[in-house]
Design a protein around this ligand. Structure first.
Ligand code: NDP
Length: 481
């Protein structure tokens, strides 16, 4: 059985306490590897390595940092096939999805922030004969990056790349559910010439390692993506210690579909925005509001398309929906389907596990599920399910759908489908969300601010926002008088 190791001070190391945790292959429902079950002793080693390495890394020229981060991007591309297979095995997602999205995006993150740091500048405030101010932006020091299991290397690199580009040393923890690609990233960083100690990767349970990481006196900032519950726990621990926090949390994203939309594009995209990655993308639209005059047609066409999605082994090229990530998550999703029925929802398709054959017989598969007949304010429509489950609901007016859309505690993303420009822009302004797509979904430009409002998060990632987060501004004032 494959045994993973922590990556500390440029070397792979066994956990000090010698404990390991099982890593499952969701497609088969079986353990296939073990990862370190790290504890405070491993945190101490990683922090010491980061502290020792950071000053020299901060003093490295921008060109050199560009070169090394760019090398990491190339290293990911070189091993793309192996990384995609690893991501699929760990997470249950189709291999083709990891090949087309996760792994290219991970290398794009390193390439993007390698370039971004060469363009990053600070401000000067000229006060004429009275003097002037300029702002220095230096690295923070040692920072912690914690990421979830749904887009493992993609979200891990989305945090690490800007942190490193800005001159910080990083102690990072991937989700213990999906550690494999983060483990492989250590080798890629070694080959790319990243100095030892600049990036340290620890594996282990969040509840065991989390507080040791987030309360460590050396840590200046924490960048976290994960659930709202864990985000609140991290804030509780870190805020009184005055650590900088970036929190990307859960969502319950609405799709607003008007009768005048480009119907074919909307339908195609809505199938994707509902079930891509088994619905386990924080940006997936799980509440689908459809203008009443279009509702019956949409329902019939949408359900037909969803029924045609093949649930299958992640290795099969024609699989559209793979396994969900863990047994606990599988049970959680099924419990929400049960709740939806108790709340009066009608299952239009799916609604049950899917049993595959042979070596995949024990995998965690759930048929893509569409539910109607629920009120916008029931639990099914208010709580994050984060699986292949969506609800559809009719609406009559813009005011009504806006109120439904904004009625949850979340505010990550929203999608509007309409050809009317004035309506689209008015709604985009009024929707309580950090990201609004008009007539598209998941179209990303890495320069734009990324994050949520309300319980979906605090702060923004992406572009210079991320570089600003990972640097400390210091104003210098010069008086001419
Ligand atoms: P969790 O919050 O359970 O875990 C996220 C990470 O935090 C994991 O590495 C976890 O470790 C770790 N962790 C757990 N407890 C602590 C703690 N007390 N202190 C520090 N770290 C801790 O989220 P999931 O992994 O279940 O991810 C799914 C969630 O992520 C969904 O809510 C989804 O919406 C959200 N998400 C948000 C995105 C956004 O950009 N806003 C993007 C993608 C996902 P361990 O795995 O060992 O528990």
């Amino acid at each position: 059985m494959k045994r993973l190791a922590n990556f500390i001070n440029g070397q792979y190391q066994a956990p000090v306490g010698g404990a390991y945790l099982p890593v499952f292959e969701p497609a088969k429902g079986a353990v296939y590897a073990e990862a370190p079950d790290s504890d405070e002793q491993d945190v101490a080693l990683a922090m010491a390595a980061a502290k020792a390495a950071q000053p020299q890394w901060a003093g490295t020229s921008i060109d050199e940092r560009y070169r090394i981060l760019h090398n990491i991007a190339l290293g990911i591309e070189k091993r793309a096939e192996e990384l995609a297979a690893a991501e699929s095995r760990d997470n249950g997602k189709p291999v083709w999805l990891a090949q087309e999205v996760d792994i290219p995006r991970a290398s794009a993150n390193f390439r993007f922030f390698a370039q971004a740091i060469t363009q990053f500048a600070s401000q000067a405030h000229d006060n004429g004969p009275g003097g002037f101010n300029y702002t220095l932006r230096g690295p923070l020091g040692v920072v912690v990056c914690i990421s979830p299991w749904n887009l493992p290397l993609y979200l891990f690199s989305w945090k690490i790349a800007p942190a490193l580009a800005a001159g910080n040393a990083v102690v990072a923890k991937p989700s213990e559910v999906t550690p494999l690609t983060a483990y492989l990233l250590g080798e890629i960083c070694q080959e790319a010439g990243l100095p030892p100690g600049v990036l340290n990767i620890l594996h282990g349970y969040g509840h065991r390692l989390g507080t040791a990481l987030t309360s460590h006196p050396q840590v200046k900032a924490i960048s976290f993506t994960g659930s709202t519950r864990t985000g609140a726990e991290i804030a509780r621990v870190a805020a009184p210690l005055f650590k900088k926090l970036s929190l990307e949390l859960g969502g319950k994203n609405p799709n607003l579909i008007f009768a005048d939309c480009d119907y074919d594009k909307m339908l195609r995209t809505t199938v994707r925005s509902s079930f891509a990655n088994q619905g386990q993308i924080c940006l997936c639209g799980s509440r689908i509001f459809v203008e009443a005059s279009l509702y019956d047609q949409f329902k019939a066409d949408f359900v037909e398309k969803v029924k045609a999605l093949k649930v299958g082994a992640p290795t099969a090229a024609d699989t559209k929906v793979g396994a969900v990530v863990s047994q606990a998550h599988y049970e959680k999703i099924l419990s929400y389907i049960q709740l939806a029925q108790e709340e009066g929802g009608r299952i239009l398709c799916g609604g049950a596990p899917v049993q595959l054959d042979g070596e995949y017989a024990n995998g965690w598969y759930i048929a893509p599920t569409v539910i109607e007949g629920l009120a916008h304010d029931c639990r099914t429509n208010q709580e994050e399910i984060f699986g292949p489950v969506v609800t559809i609901m009719p609406f009559e007016t813009e005011e009504e759908v806006l109120q439904y859309a904004n009625s949850t505690e979340y505010g990550l993303a929203a999608t509007i489908w309409t050809q009317k420009l004035d309506r689209a822009h008015k709604l985009a302004r009024e929707l309580e969300a950090g990201i609004v797509w008009i007539n598209t979904w998941l179209k990303r430009d890495l320069r734009t601010p990324f994050g949520g409002v309300k319980n979906s998060g605090v702060g923004r990632e992406g572009g210079f926002e991320a570089l600003r987060f990972f640097t400390e501004p210091k104003n210098v004032c010069l008086d001419f008088e």
